[in-house]
Design a protein around this ligand. Structure first.
Ligand SMILES: CC(=O)SCCNC(=O)CCNC(=O)[C@H](O)C(C)(C)COP(=O)(O)OP(=O)(O)OC[C@H]1O[C@@H](n2cnc3c(N)ncnc32)[C@H](O)[C@@H]1OP(=O)(O)O
Ligand SMILES: O=C([O-])CC(=O)C(=O)O
Length: 449
């Protein structure tokens, strides 16, 4: 056997060894993906941090409902529609609310903002030796690695006391956006022959302003652009305990590991294409449709191409229409509703209008195509990832940063859930797995096999 054949011999049983007959799931009533047969989630915890509402269950019957998202009891719409005269940046305020449980007074907010501001500096040599060296092509991987490496610069990294937990969370909420932009330029320099731009952060700027002023080569941005990015950060900041990356946070935290290991694990989850990584996939999918459909405004042509995607004949062959569907929301995802309004406002009358129409067509047509092609009659709406990448694109934010921006925002939610798990979880999360082996296999020595 040559080397290739030796490797191939290791793969050939992959499918067989890892397959479990579907009837076992029914026989043992195992809830795949921790989902009940009607799609509702198995209750795995209790939280005070957020409420994600998408259906009503009454007498065992699930009825779809308009989506609602509340942070610590406050409706997302109310948090974003505060039109007070001192229009301030909200991500810091939302982070305070999530971490501390209450909306801050002016003094509390000012103190919190100054603590975030004071944490932006990175350890000496961090950028040169840990961001610019061995830069991976994916910024999410670099973010996870950077968070793991920041452990080495924290003398009390193993301390689980509240002061240390809060300090670590705030320092990461402050630093991850900076690391993200530095990582972007390191990645561009290494893989795309780009220039390595390393603007310093400007003390006193909000998170949204810091990102824009570090990202833009000329450092310029308008107040409206910063406000828009701020809103994007707010609406990605938290989504209950059950979403995959927050549940990861809670699972890993429950093992009593350090904060850095926990947040790095959460980033690994968020990168997934069925989770936060879908924002990136939506754009790639839209691009493929644009290249293959002659008239994007023709619903028939778009539906035909979506049918190919659903039948695994086009795009990434998973059969998924990215940006569509949600584990909780049925009629609407409130974040997608807000993002669609932004997208429309920014696109109409510009070169982006036709692309906006295309996304709208995908949103409208996907449920019927999925029903027709797969017979899946699931109440399905656009999720947060459907329009976010499009809004970022119109703001000139590169595709490689779509999911990392989600991570910058969700740091606040992950931290709140880590705190809650530490204080209230009190037990390692350890569900059971049923085995399919009914008996013991007789051991054979290597000569007998
Ligand atoms: C921030 C976020 O994480 S938002 C979600 C971002 N993810 C995406 O946009 C990826 C596309 N969407 C999906 O994969 C799913 O809708 C999820 C992961 C978001 C939610 O999944 P679930 O609620 O568990 O749906 P579930 O997997 O039970 O789907 C039920 C059926 O609908 C199908 N389905 C669900 N969403 C889609 C979709 N977007 N495209 C095609 N089929 C879909 C499933 O394949 C499944 O079909 P089957 O019964 O034939 O196997
Ligand atoms: O709740 C989910 O499953 C995914 C989601 O929308 C999020 O984490 O923002």
């Amino acid at each position: 056997m040559n080397d290739e054949e030796k490797k191939f011999a290791l793969y050939e049983n992959f499918q067989k060894v890892n397959s479990i007959a579907p009837e076992f799931f029914e026989q043992y009533e195992v809830k795949r993906g921790l989902r009940n047969p009607d799609g509702t989630g198995v209750i795995a915890g209790i939280t005070n941090i957020a409420n994600v509402h998408g259906y009503v269950v009454s007498d065992g019957v699930k009825t779809p409902d308009e989506g609602q998202l509340r942070y610590r009891g406050y409706d997302l719409y109310d948090l974003l529609e505060d039109d007070s005269s001192d229009r301030r940046f909200s991500f810091e305020e939302v982070s305070y609310l999530l971490l501390m449980g209450e909306l801050p007074t002016k003094e509390q907010l000012a103190r919190f903002v100054s603590v975030i501001d004071a944490e932006r500096e990175l350890p000496d040599g961090f950028t040169a030796s840990l961001i610019m060296r061995n830069t991976p092509p994916d910024i999410m991987n670099l973010l996870a690695r950077s968070i793991l490496l920041l452990y080495a610069f924290d003398e009390n990294a193993e301390d689980r006391a509240p002061q240390h937990e809060i300090h670590t969370a705030i320092s990461l909420i402050s630093r991850v956006p900076r690391i993200m932009v530095l990582a972007y330029y390191a990645q561009q320099a290494k893989y795309n022959n780009g220039s390595m731009i390393m603007h310093r952060f400007i003390p006193g700027q909000s998170t949204a302003e810091t990102i824009l002023s570090m990202l833009r080569p000329d450092r310029q941005f308008t107040p409206d652009e910063a406000r828009m990015l701020d809103v994007m950060l707010c609406l990605h900041a938290e989504h209950g305990g059950g979403n995959n990356s927050t549940f990861t946070t809670r699972v890993v935290t429950s093992a009593d590991t350090d904060a850095y290991s926990t947040y790095a694990a959460a980033i690994g989850s968020l990168k997934g294409w069925k989770h936060g990584g879908a924002n990136h996939q939506v754009l790639a999918m839209q691009q493929e449709i644009k290249e293959n459909v002659q008239d994007w405004s023709d619903e028939g042509q778009v539906a035909d191409y979506l049918a190919k995607i659903v039948n695994k004949e086009a795009f990434d062959r998973t059969g998924l229409v990215y940006g569509m569907g949600h584990a909780v929301y049925t009629i609407s995802d409130p974040r997608a509703v807000i993002l669609k309004k932004f997208a429309e406002r920014l696109a109409v009358g510009t070169e982006y209008e036709a692309e906006f129409e295309l996304l709208q067509n995908i949103e409208r047509l996907a449920p019927e195509v999925i029903l027709k092609e797969k017979g899946t009659n699931k109440d399905m709406c656009a999720n947060v990832d459907m329009y976010s990448g499009f809004v970022y694109s119109m703001m000139g934010i590169p595709e490689d940063l779509f999911t990392p921006l989600f991570a910058c925002a969700r740091m606040a939610g992950w931290a709140a859930h880590r705190f809650e798990e530490i204080v209230s979880g009190k037990r390692i999360i350890r569900p059971a797995y049923k085995t399919t082996h009914s008996g013991k296999r007789p051991y054979k020595s290597i000569d007998e096999r």
